[in-house]
Write a protein that binds this ligand. Structure first.
Ligand code: C2E
Ligand code: CA
Ligand code: CA
Ligand code: CA
Length: 278
């Protein structure tokens, strides 16, 4: 038992070591990743509950690391923010997503494209001009672009951030509150900020089928959104039970593995053409 214990300690130490090693490695390799063209955008459909067609696509960034394989954004976005690399990365994301969005529109698909925004880009004060130049370069109409901003940002949105959001809204872009409900403490900003979409955090959906209070909460949020004249998107729809409940609750927009996983731009037209409304 004694040697087993030691072995466990060693194994745990190695696991911590390799976790730290991975983060250190990502931090080391991140600065050159843009130049080496190691980032890639993938797109996931957002479907209408009634329309039964793809109404939008959310762009999600991936990092194809030559040795570590595909690294998910949860592992490198915060790193890029800490290392002061987020603004150039987000500029690349905006350029690529608007370009792909314009191509999808040109191919005859009338869909909106969402881009996830980093609070640091907003704080840097160049989000609105960067969005404007990406739109102009891609030839994408502003009203086809949705900017998704996490709720935590809305909560401490200071006056300057608010005016940047107002600028984006005045340009014609659509603003969406991402991860709505993940630890909020105030709803006042919903009345103050020019947001038109609420994306319900997928945690809420996890057990709406078995948890009556959870289901009541989701129904309440959908109702709140509707009363405020906002569109509510439910994220993380994985099964038919959730789909039926959300439809009955009057949720009009749905996103999740049930309708499609994120795909590369080259596969997008196939997904749009082959979508089976069920
Ligand atoms: P998010 O904005 O909430 O994006 C939705 C996440 O849920 C995506 O993870 C998506 O792949 C995943 N997802 C979609 N449907 C389902 C489902 O049915 N079940 C489950 N379990 N998951 C589902 P992903 O791509 O790993 O992105 C994670 C987060 O990273 C995003 O969360 C977003 O906050 C951030 N992110 C992604 N791309 C960008 C980007 O270009 N810029 C910035 N700043 N952040 C990004
Ligand atoms: Ca999002
Ligand atoms: Ca979300
Ligand atoms: Ca998120």
């Amino acid at each position: 038992a004694k040697s087993e214990g030691k072995c466990c300690v060693r194994t745990a130490a190695r696991a911590i070591d390799s976790a730290m090693g991975r983060r250190a490695r990502l931090a080391r390799d991140l600065p050159s990743a843009l130049e080496l063209e190691q980032f890639r955008m993938v797109y996931q459909p957002v479907v209408g509950a009634e329309e039964r067609r793809i109404l939008g696509i959310e762009s999600l960034v991936r990092w194809d690391h030559p040795q570590l394989g595909t690294v998910p954004p949860d592992e490198f976005i915060s790193l890029a923010e800490e290392e002061g690399l987020i603004v150039p990365l987000q500029r690349w994301v905006l350029r690529r997503a608007t370009r792909d969005a314009a191509a999808v529109l040109a191919a005859g698909w009338d869909v909106m494209t969402s881009v996830n925004v980093s609070v640091r880009h907003l704080q840097a004060g160049c989000l609105a001009p960067d969005v404007a130049s990406a739109l102009a370069e891609a030839g994408l109409p502003p009203h086809k672009l949705i900017l998704e901003i996490t709720e935590s940002v809305m909560l401490d949105a200071e006056d300057r951030l608010q005016s940047d959001l107002a600028t984006l809204e005045a340009m014609g872009c659509v603003l969406s509150v991402d991860d709505f409900g993940r630890g909020y403490s105030s709803l006042a900003y919903l009345a103050r900020l020019p947001v038109t979409i609420l994306k319900l955090d997928r945690e809420f959906l996890a057990d709406i089928e078995s948890d009556e209070r959870g289901a009541t909460l989701v129904a309440g949020v959908i109702d709140l959104g509707r009363r405020l004249g906002m569109d509510v998107v439910a994220e993380g729809v994985e099964n038919l039970g959730q789909l039926r409940m959300l439809r009955d609750m009057g949720c009009r927009y749905l996103q999740g593995w049930l309708f499609g996983r994120p795909v590369d731009a080259t596969e997008l037209s196939g997904v749009l053409a082959g979508f089976d409304p069920g």
